[in-house]
Design a binder for this molecule. Structure first.
Ligand code: PLP
Length: 439
């Protein structure tokens, strides 16, 4: 263990028992699609960190914007007018899926933004409950953790926000006992309808959902599901909130999943890709017609760092970089390459049970047996050590891949070249060969 690792023990590492948390690689530098170890070894960032560094590392445009803004003005409280803040909000409104635009509230990250989205929905509707999917992650702050479906909410229960959960489609392991996608959607909606009837639609402020599930399984919903949710919520006066913290800013091959899947919610929660994670930044866009509620009613939320000028400058620079690089279109074009390469990987490795995704956001679900679909590591397993060993092995083979319970999330920076992607796929194939020797 290096002197740095030893010194690092003063950091309380998230999501880990501390005795096991400080042994991984040290990354003190990065360049393009690579994280660089102390030794100079370059690791391909196949997951953009935690699906966040969409512009890679050391992007010159981001660095310059941050430095310039810091020199001019690095802080002004969010209640004052500020040029950079105005610029980013207006640009986001233009990028939003709504023809009449949006009003934007800024936060420091995705969890906070989900909390504020829930608050806003409750203020707007006067209703108190929130609907959320079991396979979901919305953050670790109070409201977001209360809405989260997966086990990361357990330590914070009960939440002060009454969330009612439902099962959403999961075509590979259908909770609705069908392998017909249309039937899956019909049964999922019937299930939701029963829940809402029991809860009272008039009590429900919003339905919060990741339009493509991220870290709770990387699930792409069958066609028609998001549409059906839109109709269902509209008919009942329930606001529809898309948590696009992972899917936003080109990740799925369009500005937002809302655009990619052609379903306009009432609010979009964002973070991560908004500025390629260069500075903590998140936020909430509320469609203009809905946001008008706050014209004469107080919007009762705010944070010291909301709309922080340096974060705003990094956001504007990131939007410029996405635009000038044509990166949303590039992500869409990467979809075919991903499908091709992953289909090939599935043919060569029996451990690959399912592949799914959109744009530059793909999941591999690993199984012990393709016929029975026995998971590599059961969801919520107490012993997920094979998952950790696989992560270590992938690092040794040259890739950082964010893996949860045998589901790999592939989401490289959108600046990735075809050659870099192919090289990373070859490295991944070597890791899967190793994995097959372990089970
Ligand atoms: N929502 C989704 C879909 C996420 O994936 C995450 C984090 O991974 C969050 C919300 C929480 O964002 P943050 O970690 O910035 O609070």
């Amino acid at each position: 263990m290096s002197a740095l690792h030893d010194r690092h023990r003063a950091v309380l590492m998230p999501w880990h028992a501390q005795s096991k948390a400080h042994g991984g690689p040290a990354f003190n530098a990065g360049e393009g699609c690579f994280l660089i170890e102390e030794s100079g070894n370059r690791i391909f960032d196949f997951s953009s960190g935690w699906i966040a560094a969409n512009l890679g590392h050391g992007h010159p445009r981001l660095i310059k914007a941050i430095a310039d803004q810091a020199a001019r003005l690095y802080y002004a409280p969010p209640i004052f007018v500020n040029d950079t803040r105005a610029e980013l909000a207006a640009r986001l409104s233009d990028l939003s899926p709504w023809p009449d635009g949006a009003r934007v509230h800024f936060t420091s990250g995705g969890g906070e933004a989900n909390d504020d989205a829930i608050k806003a929905a409750r203020m707007i509707t006067g209703r108190h409950k929130i609907l959320a999917a079991y396979r979901s992650y919305h953050g670790t702050t109070g409201g977001a953790s209360g809405a989260t479906g997966d086990m990361r909410r357990w330590p914070n229960e009960p939440s002060s926000y009454p969330a009612v959960r439902f099962f959403a489609p999961y075509p590979y392991r259908s909770p609705f006992h069908t392998d017909d996608p249309d039937e899956e959607v019909r049964r999922a909606m019937d299930h939701l309808d029963r829940i809402v009837t029991q809860e009272g639609a008039h009590n429900i402020a919003a339905l919060l959902i990741e339009p493509m599930v991220g870290s709770s399984g990387l699930i792409r919903y069958p066609d028609g599901y998001l549409d059906a949710l839109r109709r269902f919520t509209e008919e009942r006066g329930i606001l529809l909130i898309f948590d696009e913290v992972m899917t936003g800013f080109g990740r799925v091959g369009a500005a937002f999943a809302a655009e990619r899947f052609q379903v306009a919610p009432d609010m979009i929660v964002f973070a991560k890709g908004v500025n390629g994670a260069a500075i903590p930044l998140g936020g909430l866009m509320i469609r203009e017609g809905v946001a008008r509620h706050f014209d004469d009613t107080v919007f009762d939320a705010g944070h010291t760092h909301a709309g922080h000028p340096i974060a705003m400058a990094s956001g504007v620079a990131a939007l410029d970089a996405y635009e000038q690089g044509g990166l949303f279109t590039r992500a869409r074009a990467l979809e075919d390459r991903f499908r091709d390469r992953l289909t090939d990987l599935r043919q060569r490795h029996a451990v690959v049970g399912d592949i799914r995704g959109a744009g530059a956001f793909w999941g591999i679900e690993l199984v012990r047996d393709r016929a029975t679909k026995e998971p590599l590591v059961p969801w919520y397993a107490k012993d997920a050590s094979l998952n950790y060993r696989l992560t270590e092995r992938m690092l040794q083979d040259g890739n950082w891949v964010y893996a949860r319970y045998g589901i790999l999330m592939l989401a490289p920076p959108l600046i990735v070249t075809d050659e870099e992607l192919d090289a990373a796929m070859a490295q991944l194939s070597r890791s899967l060969t190793w994995l097959e020797s372990q089970i």
